[in-house]
Design a protein. Structure first.
Length: 216
């Protein structure tokens, strides 16, 4: 939804997604955000975006990963460089950065996001982060720091209700979902979208149509 709204407003949209199997990839999420855009630019345009202090970002977003520091004092110049890359890009037009499954993002990218959010004043950029914590567990310190920033708006998403479950599954399956089926699926999934997606796929694989009574 944020992607669609940002695109309609004319913003440059950068997207990335954390992955539990890629958490050891230094600046992996950061590279996901910027590398596709840089790859589409000409050499001259890329040099302009990576000009000045932004050049410090090159190891994290464009050059080989073997040159990227993982921790310590050498990490700061890279984070500062990526901040300036973001600022240079926002100088062209507003930027929206979307990071999904941030609980699985690599540590360096999370530290950079926290570094960026503290310095967004005056930059036409929006950072939208989706993260999930296990019940009773806290988010990683960088995500907690981001949530605590004055400019941050935190939205705790509630599970879907019965009506929303029907609409959600209907959109995935491409058929209308009767109220009784929606209620049964809500009872089995607690309205959690991820579980609903998996349930819909499983029912489709077994040949059960959601618009038929036997779906219950």
């Amino acid at each position: 939804e944020v992607h669609q709204r940002a695109s309609r407003s004319g913003a440059t949209v950068l997207r990335a997604r954390g992955d539990d199997m890629e958490r050891a990839f230094t600046f992996g999420v950061t590279r996901q955000l910027f590398e596709p855009l840089l790859a589409l630019r000409t050499d001259r345009e890329r040099a302009a975006l990576l000009g000045g202090a932004a050049g410090l970002a090159a190891p994290a977003v464009w050059a080989g990963d073997d040159t990227v520091p993982k921790s310590g004092d050498l990490l700061f110049p890279v984070m500062h460089g990526v901040y300036w890359l973001c600022a240079n890009l926002a100088g062209e037009q507003p930027v929206t950065m979307l990071v999904d499954d941030a609980q699985w993002a690599d540590e360096q990218s999370l530290l950079w996001l926290a570094y960026l959010v503290r310095r967004l004043a005056g930059i036409p950029a929006l950072v939208a982060i989706a993260a999930r914590a296990e019940p009773g567990a806290a988010l990683q310190p960088p995500l907690e720091a981001i949530a605590g920033e004055p400019c941050t708006r935190t939205l705790d998403l509630a599970p879907l209700g019965v009506h929303a479950v029907g609409a959600f599954m209907s959109r995935i399956a491409g058929v209308p979902v009767p109220g009784a089926v929606a209620a049964a699926c809500h009872a089995r999934t607690a309205g959690i979208p991820f579980v609903l997606t998996e349930l819909t796929a499983t029912l489709a694989e077994t040949g059960i149509r959601l618009d038929q009574p036997q779906a219950i």
